[in-house]
Design a protein around this ligand. Structure first.
Ligand code: 5GP
Length: 226
């Protein structure tokens, strides 16, 4: 068997608020045990049922700004009046272990990463329609009407950035969208330009050498005989 040594893949999943990023990410993680999802930091207040250190690291605006200043954020953005960002250290640690890391983040942050790490994988999730997006944002029941409208307007602007991504998936059905994302990740893992080193086991190398030598002995080509 040929083994390859490689760093994990950095997957950036973006899309408008309400496009279903977290649901799709959860589905994909169920099927792929080698994917680690980064836990973001935010200055937004926890919603009902959200836990610190599970859904987000919930911090104050001042604490967030301190993290920006000391360079510990890989990316960050202000969205709907709050800070959101990815802590750098844990992402690097998981990538170095060879695990794939997924960031479920909005567009400004994704574009910051694209500038610094263009070799990451950028996937954009779209809702089937803007009408459906509005319905999903409203049905969630987590935001006020004013906040919903703010997120909806932001979604229109965000969709204009679609061309900066590598792949786009329309989230019409959770299973379909999740299996597309899994397929994209599988394909990316097989890309030759993502492989750092290819090596054979010592024993296999020996067998391979023996076979090659034997073949050369028995079937060596002599162009003069043709
Ligand atoms: P929510 O308030 O609905 O949890 O998140 C609002 C938006 O912020 C969503 O689009 C979500 O994906 C995005 N978001 C969550 N974590 C991060 C992060 O670490 N960085 C950035 N740039 N966006 C994030």
């Amino acid at each position: 068997m040929i083994r390859t040594k490689k760093q994990g893949l950095l997957i950036v999943l973006s899309g408008p608020s309400g496009s279903g990023k977290n649901t799709i990410c959860d589905e994909v993680k169920k099927e792929n045990s080698n994917i680690w999802e980064s836990i973001s930091m935010t200055s937004r207040k926890p919603r009902k049922g959200e836990e610190d250190g599970v859904n987000y690291y919930f911090v104050t605006k001042e604490q967030f700004e301190k993290n920006i200043d000391d360079g510990s954020m890989l990316e960050y953005a202000q969205f709907a009046g709050n800070y959101y960002g990815t802590p750098r250290k844990s992402v690097q640690e998981h990538l170095d272990k060879g695990e794939d890391v997924i960031l479920v983040i909005e567009i400004q942050g994704a574009l910051q990463i694209k500038k610094k790490l263009p070799q990451a994988l950028f996937v954009f999730l779209l809702p089937p329609s803007m009408r459906e997006l509005k319905k999903r944002l409203t049905d969630r029941g987590t935001e006020s009407e004013e906040k919903i409208m703010e997120r909806f307007e932001t979604a229109y602007r965000e969709i204009n950035e679609l061309s900066k991504y590598n792949y786009v998936i329309i989230n019409d059905k959770i299973e379909n969208a999740a299996s597309k994302l899994s397929a994209i990740i599988q394909a990316e893992r097989c890309r030759v330009d993502r492989i750092e080193e290819v090596f054979l086991d010592t024993l296999e190398e020996k067998i391979h050498e023996t076979l090659v030598d034997k073949n050369l002995e028995n079937k060596s080509l002599d162009v003069n005989k043709i």
